[in-house]
Design a protein around this ligand. Structure first.
Ligand SMILES: [Zn+2]
Length: 423
């Protein structure tokens, strides 16, 4: 049986509370032992001196564009980006072509991911057929086919009656409903509504477009008992809405995209269409509120909303497709927040691994002995440039393209196998 022995890693595992220098013995797919001095003559040694070991990261929000738009990304290039970013598990959004609204498409995604075996790829099924917002998908069949969540991401579910029914079913099935909260009738433009949209004379998406659906979904979750997960939260008021409902014991969780923790709408002046994302980059006060909510536990997890687009789709901002790639830049952004004292390392790992694993109820998010050996080893100080040489995505749409970043994944291990190694 294949054995790896990780020597002298600084282990950070919020699931057990463990923080300190340890050796980790992996046997087959599992973590066999964690201890201060572990010996195993048969094992291949991984020298992890100076590296932090954490449970592999889990991303509840990626777009791998497969099937249908594989010029932007596919399951292989997406998986490579994921493991290079330290992610061992991702949840694929169903806004593919065709969408993941049938067991066949869900099974295609799973089979293709398994055939490469780099990263655990779970599909999310659509809430409504064809993501049209009219008729519920067959949640039972989709769950059976391997879907771990339901969402019409890219679009909101505008009909409150459909959302209520979806949450009732979610309560029965124990599968979360993820909603992209932006009211279509309010969010028609391309950047946040405010000085930047006024100065550039471009159409906008006001924060209330997001807040009204966030509040509606919290209310519906409150009454139905269904689990709603608010995707890519961006507003100050939004953090308060979630906090209020969590205080009532409502089954609500939420995620934030790392980019919204470091960029404001003013990034539009610097990188133009690269700064275009839905919901849009907001104001300094929103960024500060998101950071507080990250620290106080209101925000449950980080999700990259990795959204690749071709160069030709990122021209003039008014016409540009929304979204940024984010799998390889998430860790450096989060480490910057650790360095700035916004959160500590343990909280960072909780946000990137333990909590998202719990939200979709999968194995992972822990380094407990006997659990699956999904592990990331990273150097928090290593500097590198995110560019042609280091990028694994087929796309390069991010304001961080060509920038120097701090914090690099050195090894990613999935199910006991080394699936990424920095060289
Ligand atoms: Zn979205």
């Amino acid at each position: 049986m294949l054995r790896h022995l990780i020597k002298n890693a600084y282990v950070v595992d919020p699931s057990t509370g463990l923080e300190g220098k340890r050796d980790i013995l992996i046997e087959g797919e599992k973590i066999k032992r964690i201890g201060e001095e572990v010996f195993e003559p048969e094992a291949q040694i991984i020298d992890a001196d100076g590296l932090i070991a954490a449970p592999g990261f889990v991303d509840l929000h990626v777009h791998f564009r497969d099937p249908g738009q594989t010029y932007k990304e596919d399951i292989l290039s997406g998986s490579k980006s994921a493991v290079a970013g330290g992610f061992t598990t991702v949840v694929c959004m169903p806004n593919t072509s065709p969408p993941i609204d049938s067991p066949e498409v869900a099974q295609y995604v799973i089979a293709k991911a398994n055939c490469w075996g780099l990263c655990n790829v779970y599909p999310a099924g659509t809430i409504t057929r064809g993501r049209k917002g009219e008729q519920l998908s067959d949640f039972f069949l989709l769950k059976e086919a391997g879907c771990v969540a339901f969402t019409d991401d890219g679009s909101p579910v505008m009909d409150a009656g459909i959302m209520r029914r979806a949450l009732q079913l979610s309560a029965q099935l124990g599968v979360p409903i993820l909603n992209h909260c932006e009211d279509d009738s309010l969010a028609e433009g391309v950047v946040n509504e405010g000085e930047v949209s006024a100065l550039l004379g471009i159409s906008s998406r006001p924060p209330e477009a997001e807040d009204v659906l966030n509040a509606r979904d919290c209310i519906l979750a409150h009454y139905t008992g269904g689990h709603v997960h608010i995707q890519h939260l961006t507003t100050a008021l939004g953090t308060e809405i979630v906090r209020i409902f969590k205080g009532k014991g409502t089954p609500v969780t939420c995620e934030v995209n790392p980019n919204h923790l470091v960029f404001t709408e003013e990034e539009t002046f610097r990188t133009g269409s690269m700064a275009r994302v839905n919901p849009p980059l907001r104001k300094e006060e929103d960024l500060k509120a998101l950071r507080s909510a990250l620290a106080d536990g209101t925000i449950d997890c980080i999700a990259t909303d990795h959204a690749p687009h071709g160069d030709f789709e990122k021209g003039r901002i008014e016409k540009a497709m929304p979204g940024m790639i984010g799998l390889q830049t998430a860790l450096p952004i989060m480490l910057r927040l650790v360095e700035e004292g916004v959160i500590d390392m343990k909280r960072m790992v909780q946000l990137m691994s333990t909590n998202p694993a719990r939200i979709i109820g999968i194995d992972g998010g822990t380094l407990r002995e006997g659990s699956v050996a999904d592990i990331v080893l990273f150097d928090p100080k290593r500097e590198w440039i995110f560019g042609e040489e280091t990028n694994f995505s087929k796309s390069k749409n991010t304001p961080l393209w060509g920038k120097k970043l701090k914090g690099k994944v050195i090894y990613t291990i999935k199910g006991g196998k080394i699936v990424y190694k920095d060289n």
